[in-house]
Write a protein that binds this ligand. Structure first.
Ligand code: ADP
Ligand code: ZN
Ligand code: ZN
Length: 733
């Protein structure tokens, strides 16, 4: 009797056996097939891992599966293997990983096929003259249909400013008709380009040539200074694959924040480009996913989770801004899409390119070890020159709302000369907290070991760690005084100060609070790119690859606090952020200047970064990491636990460590650190602790992690805590 062994989305790290449904031919089933089963009291979608001749489940406990959902497994074999590999690498339950590798609708058991898309087109022979002059909006709508002879969806009509309800009117007059459409493969006769590519400079040319010379797996680090034209390299490298009928996958940090990138791909290529991100409906995502799987979409641009998007003719993978933290999922299945991309390229035997101006120390290490081929663009593209960097020492200077007098003068100078200023401050809200001037009380969050941020628009206190909010108190909680004052600056306060200082110029704020609405970022970009003098003030979202041709001055405030972070990656993050923000200055014909206000103008990290550039900084950082035996010279995993009472999580981790260390069968060469309370011990009402495991030997570390999960799962005490494992953590908190 064959048994179906399934991965089922559940926190349990094991597989589940079922009997085949009646009349099922188990010989025809391939691993990866979705199978509907009842699981506890629920009906769930499992994924077949194998058909087995034996089972350990007693016969009376075995249930038949309810139905087989697929003729062909949704994931191609390479991705199925990638998902299986990543479950074991990241120590996450296989069933949950298999499920997360699929679009939401497939997890819910929907058929793996396109929704029929309804499109509209003008009826044969229809013309505007058939509508009376007074029916203005109907005429506009018909005009739109005439411009799209292959059909247009109601969503697209709305996006173009047309009014879908009027379609019925046109249909009644037999001027318009709807039809069902199935996306088509692009015809090979069509020119794959809409527009001619730019003429590459010698460095870009070399990079494209190298990338296109590989016919098989080859990882590249494309390290190009900001404004060096990395995107142009992507575009031209991809062109070669498109001409060969292959597909390209491009992962970017956040699509909503970088609409320009998608626009450049669509403008260049005359082939279907699909976008995959979290702001789409489940149906839109499934359709895009299927178009990629069927080979209809030739270019797929997506965020982290798009790494599991199948391609029928895989050609090449790009990770843009590979250093960006958003590629690592920070909860549940804690995978790194960047690292999985390299593994995927290996499975699919294709090249993969990691592009950035500021490579992560891990990636740089791989390039230095010659595991990745290292391509460099050291010149800015076109006529742009590197910006001039100035450290503005504010130790002796009075500050008004965080701004020094020399900085204000520089801002005035650039505005008067008719260009734009970008001011970076990595704190949103009005002020980091509120303080009582009489007793020193601070507005702390009741659920976290953290201060609450003061917001003015609308007025409230907000904890950025647990999201709790409360009204601003009139009196001090502790002494009753009414002398409550904001401490420090956030973007709202800086915006307010700038409006007062420069009433004749627009001040545009870009942070999470002003960009929540759909298209808000696009609107901000449009406003800035009109080119009139203005001040753009905002948080790190301004560091993400934007191209503002008229920005000549970038001012950086408060970036040096990152130098003293308890996380060993603090320096690396700070350096990347400073250079990425600085990279927005002088990207076109106008020379750029960067001014960094700092209390640490002679800090060696800052000076080497500013005088010698990222590479010098990174080499120093690599040496320090090697000396201190930190990643990437050692492999690391973090076991976190939390409970709603103090001390429980830490005790739990302590017992675990004792138990495992006593066991003589343990692998050698593992170093344990902790347990200790997390740097922010209390967060959202939970008390948190952590235990670090590290080893120069990846195999030993993974074996230890397996023992660890096994131990926790068989320990009834573990139910008193919530725990998780983070392999290759990028955030030590
Ligand atoms: P990066 O991503 O490296 O910061 P971009 O790809 O955004 O840089 O390029 C910066 C600007 O330079 C863009 O406006 C781009 O169109 C332009 N550019 C890129 N390559 C060339 C080239 N070979 N010749 C002229 N302009 C170029
Ligand atoms: Zn007080
Ligand atoms: Zn909080």
């Amino acid at each position: 009797m064959p048994y179906l062994r399934l991965a089922i989305p559940s926190p349990l790290r094991r597989l589940f056996d079922y009997l085949p449904p009646d009349g099922c031919d188990t010989d025809s089933l391939s691993p990866g097939t979705r199978i509907q089963v009842s699981f506890g009291r629920r009906e769930v979608t499992g994924v077949l891992m194998e058909v087995s001749d034996t089972t350990e489940v007693p016969a009376n406990k075995l249930k038949p599966a309810l139905s087989i959902l697929d003729q062909t497994p949704p994931l191609p074999d390479t991705l199925f293997r990638l998902a299986r590999w990543s479950a074991s690498y990241y120590q996450h339950p296989l069933g949950e990983v298999m499920s997360q590798a699929l679009p939401v609708l497939l997890r819910k058991g929907e058929p793996c096929e396109y929704a029929h898309q309804h499109l509209w087109r003008a009826a044969q022979g229809a013309s505007i003259d058939q509508l009376s002059k007074s029916a203005g909006r109907q005429r506009e709508l018909l005009q739109l249909l005439l411009e799209h002879p292959k059909g247009i969806s109601t969503d697209a009509i709305r996006a173009e400013g047309g009014q879908p309800p009027l379609l019925k009117k046109l249909e009644e007059k037999q001027l318009a008709e709807s039809f069902e459409h199935k996306p088509d493969h692009p015809s090979h006769q069509d020119d794959p380009l809409h527009e001619a590519p730019l003429t590459l400079n010698p460095e870009q040319h070399h990079a494209v040539e190298q990338i296109n010379s590989s016919q098989s797996f080859a990882p590249y680090l494309l390290q190009g200074v900001t404004g060096s034209g990395k995107t142009e390299v992507y575009l031209q490298a991809i062109e070669a694959y498109i001409r060969k009928g292959r597909q390209a996958l491009v992962l970017v940090p956040e699509i909503g924040l970088t609409p320009q990138t998608v626009a450049r791909f669509k403008a260049r290529f005359n082939v279907p480009v699909v976008v995959m991100h979290s702001n789409m409906t489940d149906r839109q995502r499934l359709d895009a996913w299927l178009q990629a799987r069927e080979g209809v979409a030739r270019i797929i641009i997506g965020t982290r989770s798009a790494i599991f998007t199948p391609m029928k003719q895989p050609g090449i993978i790009f990770i843009d801004e590979e250093h960006d933290a958003s590629f690592k999922q920070q909860e549940g299945f804690r995978y790194s899409a960047r690292d999985l991309a390299v593994m995927r390229a290996h499975h699919e035997n294709i090249p993969v390119v990691l592009g950035t101006a500021t490579p992560s120390i891990e990636t740089l290490h791989n390039a230095r070890q010659k595991r990745y081929q290292w391509l460099q663009l050291n010149q800015r593209a076109g006529n742009a020159r590197p910006p001039e960097f100035e450290l503005l020492d504010i130790r002796q200077l009075p500050l008004q709302d965080g701004l020094s007098q020399p900085l204000v003068q520089q801002i005035r100078h650039h505005l008067q000369q008719g260009t734009q200023v970008l001011l970076f401050l990595n704190r949103r809200g009005f002020a980091p907290t509120l303080m009582c001037h009489d007793c020193g009380w601070l507005a702390d969050c009741r659920r976290c070991d953290a201060h609450m941020t003061l917001h003015r628009k609308p007025l409230h206190l907000h904890c950025h760690h647990c999201d709790s909010q409360r009204p601003v108190p009139m009196q001090c909680d502790s002494c009753g005084s009414t002398e409550l004052k904001p401490v420090g600056e956030g973007t709202e306060r800086t915006e307010e100060a700038l409006i007062k200082l420069f009433p004749e110029f627009p001040v545009i704020r870009a942070d999470r609070d002003t960009t929540q609405r759909k298209h808000a970022m696009q609107q901000i970009m449009d406003k800035v790119n009109q080119g009139d003098p203005c001040i753009l003030v905002g948080t790190q979202m301004l560091a993400k690859g934007h191209h503002f041709p008229k920005v000549t001055l970038v001012a950086i405030l408060g970036a040096d606090s990152g130098l003293f972070s308890a996380d060993f990656r603090g320096m690396e993050r700070t350096a990347q952020l400073i250079l990425q923000v600085a990279g927005r200055a002088g990207r076109a014909d106008h020379p750029g200047k960067v001014i960094m206000q700092t209390y640490h103008a002679d800090h060696p990290t800052i000076t080497s970064l500013v005088q010698e550039g990222y590479q010098a900084f990174a080499e120093q950082e690599l040496n320090q990491r090697q000396g201190a035996q930190l990643p990437p010279f050692i492999h690391c995993a973090l076991l976190r636990a939390e409970a709603n009472q103090p001390a429980i999580a830490e005790q739990f981790l302590g017992q675990l460590r004792l138990l495992l260390q006593e066991d003589i069968l343990q692998p050698q060469g593992i170093q344990w650190l902790g347990p200790f309370p997390s740097p922010m011990e209390k967060r959202a009402g939970q008390f948190r602790a952590q235990l670090v495991l590290q080893s120069p030997d990846r195999k030993a570390l993974h074996q230890q992690l397996q023992n660890l999960t096994h131990q926790i799962e068989s320990d009834p005490n573990s139910r008193r805590v919530r725990w998780s494992i983070d392999v290759d953590p990028i955030d030590m908190f």
